[in-house]
Design a protein around this ligand. Structure first.
Ligand code: HPA
Ligand code: ZN
Length: 337
């Protein structure tokens, strides 16, 4: 039988987790106070930690969540704030039996508040180094672009000297695309993705979370992504599903996120069985754990097990596919397998 302990012991990789999504209400209020950041006084949700947690239980869409996500991150100012945020995540990840993390961050949401790119990276890198040393967790950073912002602003951020330098140093190994999906199709970001490819960066994009399967297809064809974040609506297009299976493109699935943002009515509606039967590779991830009921990676594994009763063999396959779909060295993959 597959228990929580069995799932904890599996060599798990996480590929879809926004570090800003590790900001708990407790840390949000603490940093707001320390950094003298005022929170919206016209929204009763910000009255206390308890009311904010309650509000987080009532998200009705991706955009409804994003509004709180962007307000929350305004409390992040210093490198030590970013370090504490990432460290909080790595502590949970270690307790859950995570071995490797490829995590997103949203520089545009900080640069716009005059927080420098170096400040963000300094904090995240300090936590990553410590997680490697103390927990043996390896990690990589994925720089995400906010698709609801004007494309020229995204392109300008991609081209910033300090951002380019982080690619060259290898501090950032990949780019991603997140935020509001509908009406912000992949094709808008062709130029950034073409540049990223020529720099040798790995490429992924959120697609098919709220948006149609067509966005998954366009992300593959127009952006040449190597992974798809979410991609659940791929289940609606059998031909595309077959293509993704054949290509071996990894989907980074976030079951609890999909339910709490009302993309799906329950974890049982995540097309896990369909993907397994079709040979579509996927990993299971937490997305924004502090906003989604404090559910980290192991909680997502357990939720999938409760809904699908996978066999031990199937779980080993999920983890093997996650390792093979990671963007670490082949040596590191062999260690994890
Ligand atoms: N989708 C889009 N943007 C996001 C998400 C997500 O799941 N989480 C944080 N930003
Ligand atoms: Zn996401």
């Amino acid at each position: 039988d597959v228990t929580r302990d069995f799932l904890r012991a599996l060599p798990k990789c996480e590929h879809h987790m926004h570090l800003e999504g590790a900001l708990t209400p407790a840390v949000l209020f603490k940093l707001a106070k320390e950094n003298n950041i005022s929170l919206p006084s016209d929204d009763p949700a910000f009255a206390s930690e308890a009311t904010l947690k309650q509000r987080y239980e009532q998200f009705n869409s991706l955009d409804d969540f994003l509004q709180y996500y962007y307000i929350g991150m305004t409390v992040l100012i210093t490198a030590s704030d970013f370090e504490a945020l990432a460290w909080d995540y790595f502590e949970h990840a270690a307790a859950d039996g995570l071995v490797h993390a490829e995590v997103f961050f949203d520089p545009q949401a900080h640069l716009s508040r005059n927080v420098s790119y170096e400040t963000i990276l300094q904090g995240f890198n300090a936590a990553r180094t410590r997680a490697q040393r103390e927990f043996g967790i390896s990690s990589e950073l994925i720089c995400c672009f906010l698709r609801h912002l004007p494309v020229p602003e995204c392109e300008a951020t991609f081209k910033l000297e300090e951002v380019q330098a982080s690619y060259k140093r290898g501090d950032v190994i990949a780019i991603g695309l997140d935020s509001s999906e509908n009406n912000f199709p992949p094709e808008l970001f062709k130029s950034i993705y073409a540049d990223a490819k020529s720099l040798g960066l790995r490429r992924t994009a959120h697609a098919g979370e709220e948006g149609p399967a067509k966005y998954v297809e366009d992300a593959l064809d127009l952006l040449e992504v190597e992974r798809i974040d979410h991609g659940i609506r791929l289940a609606e297009d059998p031909k595309l599903l077959e293509r993704v299976a054949k290509q071996g493109t990894l989907l980074t699935i976030c079951p609890i996120s999909n339910v709490l943002l009302q993309c799906l009515s329950g974890v049982a509606e995540v097309p896990i069985r369909k993907f397994l039967d079709a040979g579509v590779r996927f990993s299971i991830n937490s997305d924004d754990p502090a906003y989604f009921g404090n559910n980290y990676i192991l909680d997502n594994y357990v939720a999938v097990q409760e809904a699908f009763s996978l066999s031990r063999h199937e779980w080993r396959t999920v983890c093997e596919n996650s390792i093979r779909g990671s963007w670490c060295s082949e040596t590191r993959k062999e260690e994890m397998l």
